[in-house]
Design a protein around this ligand. Structure first.
Ligand SMILES: Nc1ncnc2c1ncn2[C@@H]1O[C@H](COP(=O)(O)OP(=O)(O)OP(=O)(O)O)[C@@H](O)[C@H]1O
Length: 242
């Protein structure tokens, strides 16, 4: 999906969010969107998902029905339990029936991860309001991973979850791309998230433009050339831990 000439500001906010931006979201790959707080990552997801309409040129656009978009902090009735949430998300996708609702839905995806499967079984009967915020996010994202779409957009899927749970989330996202050939578009502020992806493309958003677009082999050198303070901190963390 190639977007060209994307310019945008919110109706009552004169801050320029996108300034003739171009981005090439690589199909069947993990596309990681980096940027400082407030640079416009969520807004870009809103454009890609069709929530925000603009005059940008979009080639090979993924139709709205073929994408899933995990947005941050969705309000859900606190008395719903894990099973009800599964029903809400999975049955409304049209790909599952009420009779399918069972923790064993996850079993195939978690055959090498018994800890995750045990957690699903625990959360299945737990009320959403009683789940911890991290458990809510973990469970919801894993439900999204069960839905068959072309493009998966994840807005900071590991924010607020512990490192082990974050790895489980990232592993499920990795499976979507590696085993099922899906296109992933993900924003994160956690360097750790990248470590578990074998291949990825980095897109860096800064001052309304994509200023870096490189794969996992070349992004560090490119980051040094771009020389943005936030990116230097991110790249240094990667180098120091490798
Ligand atoms: N509905 C809105 N109306 C006006 N301004 C908005 C609106 N939504 C977001 N903004 C502004 O647009 C800018 C981009 O916001 P956005 O949420 O896309 O940033 P982000 O890169 O996702 O940030 P973060 O890393 O904190 O999640 C911010 O400065 C924000 O204040």
């Amino acid at each position: 999906m190639l977007i060209n000439h994307l310019s945008y500001h919110y109706p009552k906010n004169h801050k320029i969010i996108f300034d003739d931006l171009s981005i090439n979201i690589m199909p069947k790959s993990i596309n990681v969107l980096l940027g400082e707080n407030g640079e416009g990552k969520t807004t870009l997801f809103d454009v890609v998902s069709g929530l925000i309409r603009t005059d940008a040129q979009i080639h090979d656009k993924v139709p709205e029905k073929d994408l899933i978009y995990q947005i941050q902090g969705v309000p859900i009735l606190s008395t719903l339990c894990g099973k009800d949430l599964a029903e809400l998300i999975l049955c409304s996708s049209g790909q599952y029936r009420f009779g399918d609702m069972n923790p064993h839905l996850f079993e195939k995806r978690m055959e090498n991860d018994r800890d995750s499967f045990k957690k699903v079984q625990y959360l299945w009967k737990m009320q959403y309001g009683k789940m911890s915020p991290g458990e809510r996010r973990w469970f919801t994202i894993l439900l999204y991973c069960l839905i068959d779409k072309t493009l998966y957009i994840f807005d900071e899927p590991t924010a607020g979850v512990d490192s082990y749970a974050a790895r489980q989330i990232i592993e499920q996202i990795n499976l979507l791309q590696e085993k099922e050939g899906k296109t992933i578009f993900i924003a994160t502020h956690r360097i750790d998230d990248l470590r578990h992806f074998s291949h990825f493309h980095i897109h860096v958003l800064s001052h309304g433009k994509i200023v870096l677009n490189e794969n996992e082999r070349n992004w560090i050198q490119a980051a040094k050339r771009v020389n943005l303070p936030f990116l230097n901190v991110f790249a240094d963390a990667w180098i120091n831990d490798n």
